[in-house]
Design a protein around this ligand. Sequence first.
Ligand SMILES: NC(=O)c1ccc[n+]([C@@H]2O[C@H](COP(=O)([O-])OP(=O)(O)OC[C@H]3O[C@@H](n4cnc5c(N)ncnc54)[C@H](O)[C@@H]3O)[C@@H](O)[C@H]2O)c1
Length: 325
Amino acid sequence: MTLGPWPKRVLVTGGAGFIGSHLCERLLEAGSRVLVFDNLLTGRMENVAHLLGHPRFSFEHYDVTNYLFVSGELDAILHFASPASPADFERLPIQILKVGSLGTHKALGLAKAKRARLLIASTSECYGDPEVNPQPESYWGNVNPIGIRGVYDEAKRFAEAMTMAYHRHHGVDVRIVRIFNTFGPRMQLRDGRAIPNFFYQAIRGEPITVYGDGSQTRSFCYVDDLVDGILRLLRCGHVGPVNIGNPNEMSLLEMAKKIIEITGSRSEIVYRPLPPDDPKVRRPDITLARRVLDGWEPKVSVSAGLDRTRDYFVEALAREAKSSA
Ligand SMILES: NC(=O)c1ccc[n+]([C@@H]2O[C@H](COP(=O)([O-])OP(=O)(O)OC[C@H]3O[C@@H](n4cnc5c(N)ncnc54)[C@H](O)[C@@H]3O)[C@@H](O)[C@H]2O)c1
């Protein structure tokens, strides 16, 4: 599928977060004007500090569950606002449900008013604890709606349903990306997800926490490959959900050992009980992405991505230690 032009002016909700800030950078490089709405619930100004002086970039501290207004033309909206770490599922359950439902509703309303294309960040969590592996987009998932993870999984499933309803009922031009585990620089140091957790603990020489026996699998995608895929999806003609991730599946125990090795850490692994509804396997089927995203393919190996992420964590933790000394 050939790709359309880059958008002239884009709103990125959640643009001060991990993935959002990388998206903003890429869009600016491509010549777009970029507007960010972010309430800094889990994001940081530090992630976009280097963009603040850019003539085509602007930032507004704003909660997108409220009425959204943008003056002037807008041709695309990337709705990325939402806490995403399992640690936040217990800490911020209502905020997660609100931004997935009300926030998506407001973003759709703005897209309709501006005749803008809306791309929402959905997730592999839509598949829950999957009974098929790898997961194709046609799999409907195995989600516990009232479990601790349900606040995130169901918010995203609702967001997908609302997005498709606006498409069918109001003709809004929509795209849905189902993002699988992604890692890279600008993840929060105390994010709580496996890779940042392992780096944080390994570099500080603390015990590495593995949940269960660590045999549960994930497939980790480096952020540059994800962002490349998302921005291709924005410019392609495919409307339904598209998985983007790296099918390179590995166990969490393997990942913990790899991180101990590349940080030269002496940390030992400690095992903690598995949280409820934790998925046992997770691997994207990216056949559709390969077909519709004009030759997209994850290019960065997990090892190369981990090296870059290690450098970021080492530097960020050193900076933090210096500033608190
Ligand atoms: N990182 C992953 O592996 C992954 C996987 C699947 C889906 N996603 C999705 O991608 C998106 C970005 O995730 P991330 O990893 O960058 O997380 P993040 O926490 O780094 O970024 C989310 C951003 O949204 C902002 N935000 C939250 N609620 C808001 C609100 N009500 N109004 C305005 N801003 C708000 C936060 O302050 C933050 O800057 C999320 O929608 C997430 O569900 C991420």
